[in-house]
Design a binder for this molecule. Structure first.
Ligand code: ZN
Length: 393
């Protein structure tokens, strides 16, 4: 299939002005000032006029419980699996799945199967092997084999530290797992990233600072998440990022509420701090923690039940940066595009660039609402409606 996106303001994420973008099959074939194609009807060419619209890379959501998560209030609180349109309507075209607290009731076979299912439905998927717990329970029995021989596995996690739900790993256990992830990543050309769930505990990032200080494993091997869960942890995150570490924010659907209720550091404020501190623009990401269980409150702030995290929180956070945080779109976008693609070594992802995958979102210039989403060259969402649905949707 050949598609020409006409007269669109392109953010690579860096803005490069109004262009025409040619898609052939699942790739971006050209980005030029003007592209006119006439194949005399031999092959269908779809033209989309995008005057007044912005073209950005499809979002990468790098921490999602695709198989469902939760369960911490008993079996009835296990959350449901992700759906295809839950991602595509949120602008997400690449997702990294992870288990979570429960690596027993759910396991790696089921996680990889779910990732394959979503891939067949049309988006790109990867997974971390393991769960909160160390030693990790993997698919093949060894961390290194999982990373080296299962295409979908790009690292380990989410390994929990500084949390009452973690397996309270010793430093030796922790660093041995990280070492396996690193070496397997090197041997297979993958990131071998260690995705870390950081809890509310007082030890915060102590394990990571120790790893960097006492071993040869570079700081860039780790991607701690939930770094904005409270102000004290966020301060540690800033200190860690200043040493060259990567930090992952967890997005909120309602940043006002969670800031007030829970002391969460909203992405727009955290990113402003990163800019003010002169921290590298390459070192931050944001993920939704999608399908994780979340308490739901009514307007009077009374608890009314459990809900699940959603990928739509990514766009909420980006809009909050642009409209309330005075942060340029091209900087905020880095968190869901080029940064996770580079940190996780996802080839062909995260940029609007010739030869890259045709994973794209079209946004309204003024509202930043997403109206069209293309995954691997296929239109998944058009006029804000999902035109491709998951098998059971
Ligand atoms: Zn977590």
């Amino acid at each position: 299939m050949i598609t020409v996106i006409k007269n669109v303001s392109v953010y690579k994420p860096e803005p490069i002005g109004v262009k025409d973008v040619l898609l052939m099959g699942d790739k971006i074939a050209a980005i030029e000032d003007k592209i006119d194609i006439n194949l005399n009807g031999v092959v269908d060419v779809k033209e989309i006029d995008c005057t007044g619209k912005i073209l950005v890379p499809g979002f990468i959501d790098c921490h999602v419980h695709i198989l469902g998560g939760g369960g911490e209030g008993g079996f009835a609180t296990r959350t449901p699996e992700s759906t295809l349109t839950g991602f595509t309507t949120a602008g997400v075209t690449t997702v990294v799945g992870t288990l979570g607290t429960d690596g027993v009731g759910r396991d790696m076979s089921a996680l990889v199967a779910k990732a394959r299912g979503l891939e067949e439905e049309g988006i790109t998927t990867y997974v971390y092997t393991g769960s909160y717990r160390l030693p990790l329970r993997t698919l093949t029995g060894e961390i290194m084999k999982d990373i080296m021989f299962i295409d979908k596995v790009i690292g380990i996690g989410e390994v929990a530290i500084s949390d009452h739900r973690s397996s309270q790993p010793t430093f030796e256990e922790f660093i041995r797992a990280a070492a396996d992830a690193r070496v397997a990543g090197m041997l297979s050309g993958k990131a071998g990233i260690v995705n870390i769930h950081v809890g509310d505990g007082t030890r915060k990032l102590e394990m990571l600072f120790r790893a960097v200080k006492e071993t040869e494993i570079p700081v860039t091997q780790f991607l701690p998440t939930h770094i904005n869960r409270n102000p004290e942890l966020f301060e540690e995150g800033i200190r860690y990022a200043k040493e060259g570490g990567y930090i992952d924010f967890t997005a909120s659907e309602d940043p006002d509420f969670w800031e007030e209720q829970d002391g969460e550091v909203r992405f727009s404020k955290g990113l402003r701090r990163i800019l003010d501190e002169g921290i590298s623009l390459d070192n931050f990401t944001i993920s939704s923690d999608g399908q994780g269980s979340l308490p739901v409150f009514n307007e009077k702030k009374e608890f009314i039940g459990l809900g699940v995290g959603k990928s739509t929180s990514l766009l909420v956070s980006i809009k909050d940066c642009v409209f309330n945080g005075d942060i340029p779109l091209e900087i905020a976008l880095r968190a869901v595009t080029c940064n996770p693609a580079r940190i996780l070594k996802l080839k062909g992802k995260g940029r609007v660039e010739k030869h890259f995958d045709a994973d794209l979102c079209l946004m309204d210039e003024k509202t930043l609402d997403i109206d069209t989403v293309i995954a691997k060259g296929r239109i998944m969402v058009e006029n804000k409606k999902a035109v491709v649905k998951g098998t059971f949707e």
